[in-house]
Write a protein that binds this ligand. Sequence first.
Ligand SMILES: [Zn+2]
Length: 238
Amino acid sequence: MKKHPVLSVVVALIFLGLPFAASFGKGTDVSADAALKALKEGNERYTQAKPIHPNVGKDRRTATTVDGQAPFASILSCSDSRVPLEIIFDQGIGDLFVVRVAGNQANSIETASLEFGTAVLGTPLILVLGHTHCGAVVGAIQTAEAKGEAPALLKSIIPAVAQAKKNEPSASGEALVKAATEANVWQAIADLLQSSPTISGRVKAGKLQIQGAMYDIETGKVTWMGPHPKQDEVTSSK
Ligand SMILES: [Zn+2]
């Protein structure tokens, strides 16, 4: 079991973070299902070229400064410049708590940030979003095939490549990239559940849902993958 002192960081922030109280807000009262629906509807508007660009004006800036933030969803996605979250989900200021890192990996800092999003800001949903043509996944496949030492940036993706090859032994080229990109979404969700008692505890308590999704950088469409297919097994195996 991977352990890191994230819970204590969250607790410390709650108790010592009073000067930042205006940043925390009152938390959202949106349910995980409603949060997911809002993201789905936002992506529909985006792909149909009918965005409404909500919550982007001065009123929203003022409200979120005075009252603090209450984002309705946390999202872990890739740093890729072709995956701009507020645009592809047609959301605005204060709507999304976002963590972006190459290959949407859930290492300790990303996990700690997502713990903050759910345990302190109260987001009921964590979406792990992979995307097509992900350079980090392609790099991890090439590293795995060369059997060299994986650079630190790609280490968490290597097990997803191995899983994709196990699931689809004959896959190569684009098919392997697709399988590995999907496996990498499940890998990040499993890493979150296994390394963070805060996150797994909130999932078990019904306060948090973690779902996967895949963004097509050409069509702009998000494909919804749902929760980890072995979520209970993954959560209880830590
Ligand atoms: Zn990427």
